[in-house]
Design a protein around this ligand. Structure first.
Ligand code: NAI
Length: 462
């Protein structure tokens, strides 16, 4: 048994960042993790492995589609799936070991095992009870299930199973046209599988800017993905080597069936707090099973905090990281703060999709007078040279003050480009501030400047 200032439960991006920041602020800190490796869903079975497969298959696509156009002759590339999975695993290992190194460097103790909280101020792990002045719940989320859908992680899989399929399927049905479905659907589409996305709503990626949604879906269709929209999945059935999906079209209630080698269930995630003992402790949850917190991530039980996917807000690693740092600072007596108005969202498909701040639809609903500055990558020299001219940058600014209210990008490196706009928004910048900032030529970032110019007197290259 040891005494700690802080015990963080869970070592995903929220938990490990929180633990390191606590230690940096002079607090004696431990982090509990039951997996064999640190890093949580993100590093082990989420963001990092999916990005490895997205990168590998994007390279494959680039080789097949564009090398010839640039005068590079290659034989038809051949995929060694086992080797690709090894590359994915090596990427995971490098990252999870990195966290282990950072824990040692910062003197964060890794308590190995699954934690329960027998009472406020105490954390039990593997038969030992440790005392902690502060406890941070950072236990993340797990795939949510659908009634009638039975996941076996072989034929009917969640994102976890989809990252380690025994072989490349010839066909795949993706239930849910959200982030996971479209990222992993893209991976298998590029590997030659016939991918059909079944989405309940009439648009993919709910909550995104409607223009981006349309362009995104059109681009994915051009790449070969099929979509069944406005369809509610009823059930899945395992056949001998395939799985059958039954869905109903919402417009006429008609029932349809399709089958595929693999079915990926990507209909959202839910907070994971099993086994912590929150019920007997009296920690309040929302009706969606999220741990209820106040503005300083405090639960209703003194000394117990919660962050990340386990609480409300977007289920994003970087949102959890920011909360992890802020809660560490709060515990250390500083003023931890997260600006929830400036949390970017990125979809790592090709092209990438990135968004921050408000959408046009949100501004309309709020009756906020706005102006739009839009610029197509067709007018960007670098994008044209790189066969990456599909998409646009759209900046929304206050009609009167020119202050940037949101930005939505679909195009090359959108996930990196968005951050210049995030920084601008953090500083309360106007579109004119971006437009007057010199941007190196030729870069994709010039498209951001042109969109900012489009909020004022107009872009140059359109
Ligand atoms: P999601 O919430 O993004 O999308 C789920 C989709 O499934 C929605 O479009 C919904 O309308 C649809 N759906 C729900 N029930 C259905 C049914 N019965 N039939 C047909 N469609 C149905 O959830 P997703 O993609 O599973 O991701 C989970 C979480 O993980 C999200 O919060 C996401 O932001 C996060 N994530 C973020 C990533 C990133 O930032 N790049 C990558 C992967 C996950």
């Amino acid at each position: 048994m040891a005494n700690y200032d802080v015990i963080v439960i869970g070592s995903g991006p929220g938990g490990y960042v929180c633990a390191i920041r606590c230690a940096q602020l002079g607090l004696k800190t431990a982090c509990v993790e039951g997996r064999e490796t640190l890093g949580g869903t993100c590093l082990n079975v989420g963001c990092i492995p999916s990005k490895a497969l997205l990168h590998a298959t994007e390279m494959l696509h680039e080789t097949e589609e564009n090398f010839g156009k640039m005068g590079i002759k290659v034989l038809r590339p051949d995929v060694d799936w086992k080797k690709m999975l090894e590359y994915k695993q090596d990427t995971i290992d490098a990252n999870t070991k990195g966290i282990e190194f950072l824990f040692k460097k910062n003197k964060v103790d890794w308590l190995k095992g699954w934690a329960t909280i027998p009472e406020a101020g105490k954390v039990a792990v593997g038969g030992e009870v440790h005392e902690a002045k502060n406890i941070v719940i950072a236990t993340g989320s797990e795939p949510s299930s659908l009634p009638g859908v039975e996941v076996d992680e072989k034929t009917v899989v969640t994102s976890t199973g989809a990252l380690e399929l025994g072989k490349i399927p010839k066909s795949m049905i993706v239930i849910g046209g959200g982030v996971i479905g479209l990222e992993l659907g893209s991976v298998y589409n590029r590997l030659g599988a016939e991918v059909t996305v079944i989405e309940f709503l009439d648009a993919i990626t709910p909550g995104m800017d409607a223009e981006v949604q349309k362009t995104f879906q059109r681009t994915l269709k051009k790449q070969g993905m099929k979509f069944v929209m406005g369809a509610a999945v009823q059930k899945t059935e395992a056949l001998k080597t395939k799985a059958k999906v039954t869905y109903k079209l919402r417009k006429d209630d008609s029932e349809h069936q399709i089958d595929a080698d693999v079915v990926l269930v990507a209909t959202g995630r839910k907070p994971y707090t099993d086994g912590l003992g929150l019920g007997p402790l009296g920690v309040e949850l929302t009706d969606r099973g999220q741990v209820k917190t106040d503005d300083h991530w405090r639960t209703n039980v003194s000394g117990i905090y919660a962050i990340g996917d386990a609480i409300t807000g977007p289920m994003l690693a970087h949102k959890a990281e920011d909360e992890g740092m802020a809660v560490a600072e709060t515990i250390a007596g500083q003023a931890g703060h997260v600006n929830y108005g400036v949390i970017p969202g990125v979809i790592y498909t090709h092209p990438e999709v990135a968004t921050v701040g408000q959408t046009e639809q949100q501004l309309k609903e709020a009756g906020h007078a706005y102006k739009i500055g839009k610029f197509s990558f067709m007018g960007n020299g670098r994008a044209k040279a790189n066969f990456a001219a599909d998409g646009f940058v759209k900046i929304l600014a206050d009609k009167e003050t020119d202050r940037i209210l949101g930005a939505h990008i679909i195009g090359p490196m959108a996930g990196d480009l968005i951050h210049e706009i995030c920084v601008a928004m953090e500083f309360g910048a106007a579109a004119e501030d971006l437009a007057r900032t010199c941007h190196a030529h030729p870069t994709y970032s010039e498209a951001v400047r042109e969109a900012a110019l489009a909020c004022g007197d107009g872009p140059i290259h359109a």
